[in-house]
Write a new protein. Sequence first.
Length: 209
Amino acid sequence: MKGLPGNLYREIRTGLMDCGPFNSQSDLQPYFNDERLFAWRNNIPNGPNKQALADALITFLYNKPFDQPNPLVRFLRILSEWAQGGCQQELSRLADAVAAHLGEEQQPDSTPVVPAGTETTPAAVSKKDIFDALLSAYPNQGDLKIMVAFELEENLNEIAGGGNLQDTIFELIKWAEAKGRLNELVQKAHNHNAGNPKLAAVAQKIQSA
């Protein structure tokens, strides 16, 4: 397999450090719950700082045996789906650049076509914003389970059981998005814990859109 050109490697490192969750190995864990990366969920590399962690992850994913697309391409696309604005565009561009370097088929524009009447979140709110807000407002599984039961009338264990808190919130957001209930999740989580500033800010952005 062709190695990454130095300039592309540096662009990916910069993009990941600017847009990615690289404060610790545990920040990466939820992204590896995605079925596109699940095979490597228990082998996420670590590093003593953000740059070292980004370097370790690039090398780890790029050099893995794979069926197309390359695992690094998969990670960049997943991260772009959770980003917003310039980061979303940059991560998608980097994924395309790695795919092109490897001779992989380019993906079409990943911006979804939303049918009329389908719930959408405003561009100013990313799934990462929602993830961080829920993690701040519901710092343990018990509180989150109560909110989901009372506000959404759903069983959290059936939606996202079996993982740690970050995994559970990640799966809850994926479930809500698939069901067209992502805005409802945010608003009802805010109703249940109106005093959390992060959740209040996200809920306000959605209400104002």
